[in-house]
Each structure stands twice: as C-alpha cells, then as structure tokens.
Design a protein around this ligand. Structure first.
Ligand code: ZN
Length: 225
C-alpha cells in the first residue's frame, strides 16, 4: 500500500509511521491505479503479505517465539497485535483505495514441519531449534485445548535430535520412517501442536474474511496457497 491511514491501525504494538515506505515521496500505487483501472473496467486486488519491514522497532511484540522465549522473524497468528495489524490493513485497503479484492499471503506452517525442515526456503531457515510458535498466546490456547506444554517441549526436543542426527547422516537403527512414527506415537503432542498452528491460521483467515465482508460485502477475499 502506498499510504497507511492511522485510524485503521489500533493496538498493533508498533508505531504505524514505522510501517510506511521509507521514501515519503514514493508513488501511492493503489491510488494511482484506481482511475485508469476503472476506465478500463479492470479489477484491482491488493496483496496483504505476512511480512514485517526490516528493522521495525518493536517488531518482536508481534512475532512468534521459540521454547526459550527468543522471538523469531515470523509473526504469530494468535498474537492480538498482529491480528489488529492485518485486519486494519485490509480495512484500510478497502476504505481508502476502493479495491475489488484482498489476497492474504502467508507461506508458513507449524513447528512440526518447521523442525523437519519442510518449509519455505528449505532447511537452512528451518534448522532445528527455530520451531515456532510457543508464545504466551499459543501456550494459552494449547492449554485450553488440553495440550500439555511440557510434553510438547519434550517431543520437540526429541524431534530436534532426530533431525540433527539425520542431517549428520547418522541413520537410526530402524530407519527414518519407523523412528519418526515412534516419536509421533510417543509424543502425539507434536501433531497436536501442529494442528493448533493450522487451526489458528484458519481462524485468522476467517477473521480477515469477516472484516472484508463487514466493510464491503462485494469485495472478494482470498488466501495465497
Ligand atoms: Zn504464538
């Protein structure tokens, strides 16, 4: 978005001014496109991307956490500041720029797939130890669902050792497939925590869809896959 309109960004944990493009004279693309697109009967769909600007002051307030509490680069879909930010962004796009559609773009997944390295940009960014999210909001939600955090933590510690050994080419005696299955059966919390992540993601999609339709029912909403 070219310009952000502060009235749509309440309780987002960061200063809305820090979210703007660094060049104050940068072209307001959505505004510039509005007239010519209408003349040509073209629809405009804007992308709300799940990515914070580099070196955003206070970004850690919106980010996922590892077991040790260290903030990750990725945003937490259960974090109320982050939810307010993206909900505000879609409302801003519709009210300020009269877009015809909004696409939310987030190529993410939960701690289980992250630990296995099955993620966007591969194993160097999905190295063991960078699994998320275990922030206060996710832990509270896990507790509500009856998932014991200490069991999940123990399971992820073991999974991390499994992945590290595999990357060091130390094949388990019974093979990777059997050993991973044993881990999942011994610690079903691994999959429960993964499901928690995906359900939370879908919950955010529902919230975004609801906001889009509440602001202007004719505007389309989609999720990037
Ligand atoms: Zn979280």
């Amino acid at each position: 978005m070219g310009r952000l309109h502060a009235q749509y960004y309440k309780d987002i944990g960061v200063n809305v001014k820090d979210l703007r493009a660094p060049d104050p004279k940068a072209l307001d693309v959505l505004a510039a496109l509005a007239g010519p697109a209408r003349q040509r009967h073209m629809t405009r769909t804007c992308i709300v991307k799940d990515m914070l600007p580099d070196e955003l002051p206070g970004a850690e307030k919106l980010c996922e956490r590892d077991f040790n509490g260290a903030p990750a680069e990725t945003t937490c879909k259960n974090n109320p500041f982050y939810r307010n930010l993206v909900l505000g962004a879609v409302e801003d796009a519709i009210r300020s720029y009269d877009v015809d559609g909004v696409l939310y773009m987030a190529e993410r997944q939960g701690a289980f797939t992250d630990t296995l390295g099955m993620r966007f940009r591969g194993k160097e960014r999905g190295r063991p130890g960078s699994r998320t999210c275990f922030c206060q909001f996710c832990r509270a939600k896990g507790e509500e669902l009856g998932i014991r955090f200490e069991r999940a933590k123990a399971g992820f510690d073991e999974l991390e050792r499994f992945v590290s050994a595999g990357r060091a080419r130390k094949r388990p005696a019974d093979g990777y497939y059997v050993t991973l299955w044993r881990l999942m059966l011994r610690y079903p919390e691994l999959l429960m925590w993964e499901r928690l992540w995906h359900e939370s993601f879908r919950e955010l999609l529902r919230l975004l869809h609801g906001r889009v339709k509440a602001v202007r029912p004719g505007v389309q909403f989609g999720s990037h896959i």
